[in-house]
Ligand binder design. Structure first.
Ligand SMILES: *Cc1c(COP(=O)(O)O)cnc(C)c1O
Length: 419
């Protein structure tokens, strides 16, 4: 089922009022839903001695949202300097932040080390000698290569630029130990939008096996394994959600078994973005033009700069027409924006109730990798973000971009280099 149903039930009766006040287009997020998913996640892994979610900031990098995560005890997964700054700006520090970059620059390493540092997750064995201040606690991103397939969306690990190879794993930790590291973790990410929980169980098992191997070789213990993000959400109707309960149960059993054999358990970390916020956001737009040529087009007041996923991945986002949810009469349309790219479409050949100008459309599941992926091509300005709070208020949590924002990088002191 797309979009959290309680969110839809709460939103629809008040949406007209919200649209009148704030004007479309906007993304709106549901605090109650985010908190509910956070609770389910914690409950699923309550049987493990130590569990922590590091919310993947890139999915929805808004400080108000990050504060909700923080209040649930979550940390953050960052991969750029600005993401580090964003997390620190809301008071998240030190080991509440895991920095998983790749092709990492010196500037990024220095930023990671500031402010009591963070958990540094190295992407390559060659980076060990490039870390300006080698930390006590170090993690490596592991790429299993041919040992394991990635799921369809993330592709083949053998072709992925990420992580240290299986052959390098022991050497990486040996070198890190020689550099003075005394605390160790391991990380991987081999799935994206995966709905089969077994896949995540296999990932945990793969890391626990690797930990066993490296520990035996180097006489070290691991403080954590991080199974990454990639847990999926059902974008299409009639698709069941990922089974968190069974995932939790089976991973907990793996940890119990590890404890029997090794005498301790590492913490379990994960860094989901999509699962945490994806279903708890919607892009709300207004129909502004109906066009009938070889196909029928419903033109709306947002473009793919507000939601790239359909154009980028051919992704499906469910759409409701406000007040016409029960409509019997459907027609097949493309829902489009105004960008000069023919892939600027929110839906292609979709059966929707007959839409007329002024109708409000709710594009589901935009709470992760939605607004954040936007861009300004064709002079497009990204829409505002709103939050429906648990106490029933609507807050503006990011204003819409304005022309001044677009022109901001053109305001600078004249500079030229004479050669
Ligand atoms: C993108 C990303 C995530 C989050 O992925 P989701 O599919 O949103 O769960 C987590 N970790 C890393 C390293 C990522 O690149």
């Amino acid at each position: 089922m797309p979009m959290s149903q309680p969110f839809k039930k709460n939103l629809c009766p008040i949406l007209k009022q919200i649209a009148d006040h704030y004007h479309t287009p906007f993304h709106i997020y549901d605090e109650a839903g985010i908190r509910e998913t956070g609770k389910q996640l914690k409950e699923a892994f309550a049987g493990i001695d130590s569990f922590k979610e590091f919310y993947a900031v890139k999915a929805l990098p808004n400080p108000k949202i990050l504060k909700i995560m923080q209040s649930m005890g979550f940390g953050f997964d960052c991969s750029s300097i600005t993401e580090l700054q964003l997390c620190r700006s809301i008071g998240s520090h030190g080991e509440d932040i895991m920095f998983t970059s790749n092709n990492t620059s010196q500037e990024a390493f220095l930023a990671a080390a500031e402010d009591n540092g963070c958990i540094l997750n190295l992407d390559d064995i060659n980076l060990i000698d490039k870390v300006p201040r080698f930390p006590n606690l170090i993690s490596f991103r592991y790429n299993p290569g041919g040992r394991r397939t990635g799921n369809d969306i993330i592709g083949k690990p053998l072709e992925a630029k990420y992580g240290v190879s299986h052959e390098q794993a022991i050497e990486a930790y040996r070198k890190a130990k020689a550099k003075g590291a005394t605390r160790f973790g391991i990380h991987t990410m081999v799935a994206s939008n995966e709905l089969n929980y077994k896949y995540m169980v296999q990932t945990a098992q793969m890391l626990l096996e690797l930990v066993t191997m490296v520990s035996a070789e180097l006489d070290i213990e691991f403080e954590f394994i991080n199974i990454g993000g990639g847990m999926g959400i059902p974008y299409e109707p009639d698709v069941p959600a990922l089974d968190l309960e069974n995932m939790g149960r089976e991973i907990t059993a793996l940890f119990d078994n590890f404890k029997k054999q090794q005498g301790y358990t590492p913490a379990l970390f994960m860094e989901s973005g999509r699962l945490m916020t994806g279903p708890h956001g919607a892009l709300v737009v207004t129909a502004i033009n109906r066009k009938e040529i070889y196909r029928t087009y419903v033109g709306v007041d947002a473009t793919m700069s507000a939601l790239m996923r359909p154009a980028l991945y051919g992704a499906y986002h469910h759409i409701d027409v406000l007040g016409k949810e029960q409509s019997e009469k459907l027609e097949t349309v493309d829902v489009v924006g105004s960008l000069c790219e023919n892939n600027d479409k929110f839906a292609i050949q979709r059966d929707l109730p007959v839409v007329i100008d002024g109708d409000i459309l709710i594009i589901h599941d935009t709470g992760a990798h939605g607004h954040a992926m936007g861009f300004s091509y064709n002079g497009n300005l990204r829409p505002k973000e709103l939050l429906l709070t648990v106490d029933g208020k609507v807050e503006l949590i990011r204003r819409e971009e304005q022309a001044e924002d677009y022109f901001a990088t053109l305001n600078f002191e004249a500079d030229s280099l004479s050669l």
